[in-house]
Structures are given as structure tokens and as C-alpha cells.
Write a protein of this length. Structure first.
Length: 414
């Protein structure tokens, strides 16, 4: 028997089925709308948190280190020393570069704790400098700072005149001597700005004579063949209040053969030695009684083929005025020379007849290269040592000429 479903029931079943599907779909849409709408505030809150999280992440990537530079960026008329400083807060400095407009770097040192950097030397005057500094915080993140400034242009300046000349070859007794055009009241700052390098290396120390002269020498005479280089980095050094150096110069010289001559005032002789061996003995005359020649180690500081010697210039009134003294080599600032003498007669090797100089036989006009004075003059260098002994006078003062060898090493360094 075939049973047919009641059509009403069938319609109701389909209707209920359709309504159920629609209800499910509507419910799903409502849930979706609710999720979007409800999530509008909920989701918006979530986005804000995400943004805050992103900002915090960015902040954590930035270094906490803070670099500070003194003087401030763009500063003018900055003093050449004592002002430039670089420091780091909440971190440590890892790199500091200070350069002038030509790219020349200024040496400096970062402190052991990394908190500061200071220059090792003064700055040049009237110069623009740029500063680049980097620091790291505890997490290794870097921070950098850049700045620039210009140093002052001084109204009052000084320079140094020096001996020996650049490129010269000199004797083993030659100090490097520099005389300043203004009296120095900050000697440590000036001396720090002068460096002396030698090859082979030897300890060289400076000594001040008064406030306007500074000499450098080793403990003993220079070794033959030594190369000496002196850097005068005086530009910007405040030598006295408001007076600045304006000189940057490098001077190089070479030490020649080792020649030392020994004058015996009682024997009236001079032995010329090279490397400790006597190569020649000459007859001399030295200062007569009352005008005795200084004892001590004296350095030839000047050579003159001919010169005028006037007693008035050294306090001897009009006792002599010789306009053509030949073959003269200066030994002291006070007027002591070793020179040719064409008027001395038989004094050479026999008795002392001069006013304090060491005389060697010569001819008027100095034309004869075979006479003792010419031989000595032609075989001598600026910086050669002449030692006088057995005279009745005192030892020459170290500052009287280039004669610092008459001062002990301990006093020299002091």
C-alpha cells in the first residue's frame, strides 16, 4: 500500500526547514555584526595596545646615551686650551674625532670610565674645528653628536728664534736652543708644545734660562750620526696672559763627526780630537792675567770668516778695536772667541796675551789656508766643543752661550 505524505505536512516541513536555515544564517550574520561592532571598541582597544607596543619597541631601540660637547655648536672666539670637552651620560664614549678645516686631527684621550674625552694638546688660534662623537649605552646602542666652533684670533703673539738651522749638520755639543720674543710666564705649557725626537733614541730634556730661552740636550754629548727632529707646535699656546704663540714649524738636523778640542791655558796648546783620538795639536795664546779665559766646556755657536772686535762692546773701553779679525768662532755670548791672530808675535805656545779669547796664529787678511787658525776654522762645525782647562778664571756660566754642558744632568732636569 502506498502511503502519500500529507501535502500540508510536507509544506510545513519544508517551511520549517527554510526558516531554520534562514535563522542560522541570520544568527551567523548577527554574530558577525556583533563581533565587528562589539569588537569595534574591543578591537580598537587592541589596536591601540598594538600601537603602544610598537612605540615602546621603537623607544627601546633608541640609545639612552647622551653625548655633550663643549663649547656649544657654532661658538666663536673659543680659547685654545681648557674649553674643549666631550662627555657622555648614561653611556660610554667609544669614538671622538676633532679635526680642523684641513682634516688634521687633534689628539685626545677617552677616560678609562668612558665618561669624558679631553684633547692631548692645545688648539690652534683662529681655526674652525668640527667634533664628531659616539657613545654606547649599557645595551650597546649608539648615540652620536656633531658640533663645530672657531677659536679666538689673538691680538698679542710670540714666536721663537732657534738654533741650529733646519737641515744643518752640527757638532756633538749642539743643543737645540730657542729664544722667545716675549717673556714666558707659562713655561710648562710652552715646553709641552715642543717635542724632540731622535734616531737612535736618547732621552732629551729641556732647561729654561730665564723666561725667554729654552734649551734641549741629552745627558752626554750627542752620538755621531744622530738624527734630531724638533716640532714647534706653538700656534695657540698661551705663553703669558693674553699672549699666544703663532708658530708651527718642524726643524731637523744631523750630528756630524765627534770633534772635541781641549785648550790647556798653562801649556798654551790645543789638542783636537775626533772620536777621542788626537788628530792635531796647535799652539795657542789665551787670556793674560786679569783677562783670563773662562774654564769649562764651550760650544761653537757662530763662525765668521772675518769680524770686527771692539773692546767697548765687552766692557774693555778703547783697549782694542780690530776691524779684520780672521777665522773667528764664537764660544760665549759675552764675547769669547777662538780666532785667528796676526798681531800676536811669538805668544803662540809661549805665553798668554789676549783679552780672554783663544788665539791661533794667522795672517792679516786670512788668505793663507795653511796657518793654524785657518786649519781649525775649516775643520770645525757649529756645535763642536772646545774645552778650556787650567785657566785662572772661573767656569763659564751655562747660559753664557750654548754652554749648558757645564751644568749637572740633575740640575738640568730640575
Amino acid at each position: 500500500m502506498n502511503v502519500r505524505p500529507i501535502s500540508g505536512a510536507s509544506v510545513d516541513a519544508r517551511g520549517r526547514g527554510t526558516k531554520g536555515v534562514r535563522a542560522l544564517i541570520l544568527g551567523a550574520l548577527l554574530l558577525a555584526v556583533t563581533a565587528c561592532g562589539g569588537g569595534g571598541s574591543g578591537s580598537g582597544s587592541g589596536d591601540a595596545k598594538a600601537e603602544q607596543g610598537g612605540s615602546a619597541a621603537a623607544e627601546t631601540k633608541q640609545s639612552e646615551a647622551v653625548v655633550s660637547i663643549t663649547p656649544k655648536d657654532g661658538a666663536k672666539s673659543v680659547d685654545t686650551s681648557g674649553v674643549l670637552k666631550v662627555s657622555a651620560g648614561k653611556g660610554k664614549l667609544t669614538e671622538v674625532q676633532v679635526k680642523d678645516a684641513k682634516g688634521t686631527a687633534i689628539a685626545g684621550k677617552i677616560a678609562a670610565d668612558g665618561a669624558s674625552w679631553t684633547p692631548s694638546t692645545h688648539l690652534a688660534s683662529g681655526t674652525k674645528y668640527s667634533v664628531h662623537a659616539i657613545a654606547k649605552d649599557s645595551k650597546g646602542r649608539t648615540a652620536a653628536e656633531d658640533s663645530s666652533f672657531t677659536t679666538l684670533t689673538p691680538k698679542n703673539t710670540f714666536i721663537g728664534t732657534f738654533t741650529p738651522e733646519d737641515g744643518s749638520t752640527v757638532g756633538v755639543g749642539m743643543p737645540f736652543s730657542i729664544r722667545f720674543t716675549r717673556g714666558i710666564t707659562s713655561p710648562e705649557d710652552v715646553e709641552k708644545a715642543i717635542t724632540v725626537k731622535t734616531s737612535p733614541a736618547v732621552d732629551v730634556e729641556g732647561h729654561w734660562f730665564g723666561n725667554d730661552r729654552l734649551d734641549f740636550r741629552p745627558e752626554q754629548y750627542w752620538k755621531e750620526g744622530t738624527k734630531v727632529t724638533v716640532d714647534l707646535n706653538l700656534n695657540g699656546v698661551e705663553g703669558r696672559d693674553g699672549v699666544y704663540g703663532k708658530q708651527n714649524k718642524t726643524v731637523s738636523f744631523t750630528i756630524g763627526r765627534n770633534q772635541v778640542s781641549v785648550v790647556d791655558a798653562k801649556k798654551h796648546t790645543m789638542k783636537i780630537t775626533q772620536d777621542g783620538k788626537t788628530i792635531k795639536t796647535l799652539k795657542v795664546t789665551t787670556g793674560k792675567p786679569g783677562y783670563d779665559t773662562w774654564n769649562g766646556q764651550m760650544v761653537i755657536s757662530e763662525k765668521l770668516a772675518v769680524t770686527r772686535m771692539n773692546g767697548e762692546t765687552v766692557g774693555y773701553g778703547g783697549e782694542y778695536d780690530i776691524k779684520d779679525v780672521p777665522h773667528a768662532a764664537r764660544l760665549t755670548d759675552s764675547g769669547t772667541f777662538i780666532h785667528g791672530n796676526y798681531w800676536g808675535g811669538d805668544a803662540f805656545g809661549n805665553y798668554n796675551a789676549s783679552h780672554g779669547c783663544v788665539g791661533l796664529r794667522d795672517v792679516k787678511g786670512g788668505y793663507d789656508s795653511g796657518v793654524p787658525a785657518a786649519w781649525f776654522f775649516n775643520h770645525s762645525l757649529i756645535g763642536d766643543v772646545v774645552v778650556v782647562k787650567n785657566s785662572d778664571d772661573a767656569t763659564v756660566a751655562p747660559e753664557n752661550g750654548l754652554n749648558g754642558w757645564n751644568m749637572s744632568w740633575e740640575k738640568w732636569k730640575a
